[in-house]
Design a protein around this ligand. Structure first.
Ligand code: CU
Length: 380
């Protein structure tokens, strides 16, 4: 992750907003009746006050800049080739084809689009997670390196029609192969955590030229907005009151009609019905049957989970943690409901060490592999 700040503003404001007055109590002296108010000095003080306000506001707002390309990739739903939850049951029909031709959003360090920003393993097929603090702006320089027009449509942030990335409104809604578009989004108080939210919340972004197809393509990512005053530092917009955060997407990727990469572990399907089912990948972050790895925390860590649901009418998911409860908008639970388009942020403090199941609680989805594990290790 890389974010660019208007550093010169920050520096200036830090100097000005640190008046260096000694600590103590200051009393305002009322004017005596016959005393003439000292307008010059009062106006000067008001001016200084306004300048302080102006620079304080400016200091808190940053422009976070990101470089993202859409690219065609080969995606493997179970890189281990195994059912890591119930090994003796195998991958069933869902293992007959594992590698498909897909698309992803990939983050680069700068406008040369040469050095990829590494993502943790557990993010899987998700595009980069963008971060901002309430009051910030986000600029995304989007390069379409794929073979069809694509876009980025963001949920929850503020934008004008040119930056909607959808509905055929301007060039940002239809970025042709080989072309670029820079999206400008504002992160105001209507995009920030509300009264019942924790210190940060998650928003979704996805391609929206043909939204249905492009979500199944894999063109999905997230934005996390931190409440004003809750960021770790001016150059680190992540919330300061948590130790670790994970983002998990519950989506049944419909791979019917998509190209199965021949080099994958594919076998012939026995029937069209079997093919139909086998091409429905019941995935968490694009992995099935425990192949999503790396959800690991230390005991007593304050952990935030950003949950996303997408898909169609079969995508009624219920994310369930073993070994732990979460706080969802002030309510205690260990199951969170997700419908297509859902964005939910919940918190836990990791309590009991163990290698715990984390799965969708819908019976059909358990059978089809929408499960993995999260691990709590003793404090090092
Ligand atoms: Cu489910």
């Amino acid at each position: 992750m890389r974010s660019v700040l208007k550093a010169h503003f920050l520096k200036m404001s830090l100097n000005i907003t640190s008046p260096g007055l000694p600590q103590g109590t200051y009393k305002l002296r009322p004017l005596r009746l016959n005393e003439k108010p000292r307008f010059t000095s009062n106006i000067f003080l008001v001016f200084i006050g306004m300048m302080l306000c102006f620079f304080t506001v400016t200091a808190e707002a940053a422009t976070r800049e990101y470089w993202i390309a859409a690219e065609k990739v080969e995606w493997n739903y179970a890189p281990s080739g195994q059912n890591l939850i119930r090994p003796n049951m195998g991958l069933d029909v869902w293992g007959k084809a594992l590698v498909y031709e897909k698309y992803r959003y990939i983050q680069y360090t700068d406008n040369t689009y040469t050095t990829q920003v590494e993502q943790p393993m557990w993010m899987g097929i998700l595009g980069p997670q963008l971060h901002a603090v309430e009051g910030d702006s986000i600029k995304v320089h989007f390069l379409n390196r794929a073979d069809k027009p694509l876009s980025i449509h963001v949920h929850g942030l503020q934008y004008d029609e040119d930056n909607e990335g959808a509905d055929m409104k301007g060039s940002g809604a239809f970025v042709k192969p080989g072309s670029m578009f820079t999206y400008h989004w504002e992160v105001d108080s209507d995009s920030a955590p509300g009264p019942n939210d924790p210190s940060s919340i998650v928003w979704l972004y996805h391609s929206h030229v043909n939204a249905v197809t492009e979500v199944y393509d894999g063109l999905i990512g997230t934005v996390v907005v931190t409440k004003k005053g809750m960021a770790r530092a001016s150059d680190d917009p992540r919330p300061k009151d948590i130790d670790k955060a994970f983002t998990t997407l519950f989506l049944i990727f419909n791979e019917n009609d998509r190209k199965i990469v021949e080099s994958g572990q594919n076998e012939a399907y026995a029937s069209p019905e079997e093919a139909e089912e086998g091409n429905l990948k019941h995935a968490i972050n694009g992995f099935i049957f425990g192949n999503l790895q790396g959800l690991e925390v230390e005991q007593h860590d304050r952990v935030r989970w950003y949950l996303i649901g997408l898909g169609t009418e079969v995508d009624m998911h219920t994310a369930h943690w073993h070994g732990q409860t979460v706080l969802n908008a002030g309510k205690r639970t260990d199951v969170v409901e997700l419908l297509p388009g859902s964005m939910v942020t919940v918190d836990m403090i990791a309590k009991t060490p163990g290698n715990w199941l984390y799965h969708c609680h819908v019976a059909d989805h358990i059978t089809a592999g929408m499960n993995t594990r999260w691990r709590v290790v003793p404090k090092r």
